[in-house]
Design a binder for this molecule. Structure first.
Ligand code: FEO
Length: 394
């Protein structure tokens, strides 16, 4: 177990799932993922921090055997989602005396989701500490990283923060730490964008709440660990801020080439004006990349043809994604084509209204784009540049 030793008497016992390619049947996993689980051996009690996805429970049990863990006193359940809690019922069977330490909300979730008996829990409050002899566990509630019950655990003797989904990344590596912190920038940003960006105001409060901790190691529940907090805290402060960049996200789909031609022209028009463009063809787009682009883009544009008098279903999906992620995007618009009319703009405006961004005059083209349509696209590009200037991005 030497390679899994994180600190004196703290071991990694989690599982790597390099082949997994989708999470929640929604989120792409280009680099697989890991379900991190840790053993802490205090002089009086032995503790397991989180379990693993139930599909990998045998790996967890193998690792516990290899580490000669014959007795576990407490399982700390920091988050009810099954990729961390799903093997707890099997642990409760294997270790009949073990108790699950968690908060009231998580206890309720674990009883509902995993049918765990109420008698197996010890409930803790925010800031409460439990001694396991030579080490102390301090529980800090950090709601919405990722569910409302999520909490983190700090061990002051080792200056280690077990952060659960907070600061995690879907990334498999053959070592606990990246060679350079920058190596995990994209996976960590993707992870933030997919599951935490809608809750960024709470994330900012959580960052403040733990900012004063003396941290040598952050041990999340997915992906590599972090040495120190400066790099990943800096990333999170940027991503969770309300700051946007001089960037336009374009998510489009085309059936017969008209919307593609419109989009190609529009990308060039924005680029000529030195506005950065991140364009995604919805025919095969990775929604994690769209989510990442939404962390920065000042403007988002949906491009769609008209289908059955309305928006193409793939563009509807993109609009739904934008709405669900509640991005900091300040301006929205629509480009696309139609044959004989339809309700595309009304449909998208209705869906995106709750985002709270200013809607810029859409450009809808009848059939294939012509000279006057390109002028309208130039006007929309001018308008976007002007709006970006008005908010100080240029
Ligand atoms: Fe990794 Fe929200 O569970």
């Amino acid at each position: 177990m030497k390679e899994n030793l994180i600190k004196q008497d703290i071991f990694y016992v989690g599982a790597i799932d390099a082949e997994r390619r989708i999470f929640d049947e929604l989120i792409p996993l280009p680099d697989g993922t890991t379900y991190n689980s840790y053993i802490i051996k205090g002089s009086e009690k032995t503790v397991l921090i989180d379990s693993v996805d139930p599909t990998r429970k045998n790996v967890l049990f193998d690792n516990l055997n290899k580490a000669n863990i014959e007795k576990i006193d407490y399982i700390i359940s920091q988050h009810g989602e099954q990729d961390h809690s799903g093997s707890i019922p099997f642990l409760l069977e294997a270790y009949p005396m073990v108790k699950v330490i968690t908060n009231t909300k998580c206890k309720s979730e674990l009883m509902d989701l995993l049918l765990i008996d109420e008698g197996r829990f010890i409930v803790v409050e925010d800031g409460q500490e439990i001694s396991i002899g030579s080490k102390t566990l301090r529980f800090i509630f950090t709601p919405w990283v990722h569910w409302p019950e999520t909490m983190v655990t700090y061990v002051p003797e080792d200056k280690i923060l077990f952060s659960c989904d907070f600061f995690g990344s879907h990334l498999t590596m053959d070592k606990p730490y990246p060679d350079n912190p920058e190596d995990i920038y994209i996976p960590a940003k993707r992870y933030f964008a997919e599951i935490m960006s809608p809750f960024r105001s709470v994330i900012r409060k959580n960052l403040e709440k733990i900012a004063g901790l003396d941290i040598e190691i952050i041990a999340p529940s997915h992906g590599p660990l972090h040495k120190g907090k400066d790099f990943i805290f800096g990333c999170y402060k940027d991503w969770a801020s309300e700051n946007v960049k001089n960037e336009v996200l374009i998510a489009y789909v085309s059936m017969h080439g008209s919307t593609e031609k419109i989009t190609d022209y529009f990308i060039k028009a924005l680029s000529k004006r030195k506005v950065e463009v991140k364009a995604f063809n919805l025919a095969d787009a990775d929604i994690g990349e769209i989510a990442m682009a939404l962390v920065d883009a000042a403007t988002a544009v949906i491009g769609s043809p008209t289908v059955l008098a309305g928006t193409h279903p793939k563009a509807i999906f993109a609009a739904f994604l934008v709405k669900a992620l509640r991005p900091k995007t300040k301006f929205l618009s629509v480009i696309g084509s139609y044959g004989w009319g339809g309700k595309m703009v009304e449909q998208l405006a209705d869906m995106l209204g709750s985002v709270g961004a200013e809607i810029l005059e859409p450009v809808l083209v009848k059939g294939f784009p012509k000279e006057e349509d390109f002028k309208m696209l130039d006007s929309l590009a001018d308008k976007i540049l002007q709006k970006h200037k008005e908010i100080g991005l240029v």
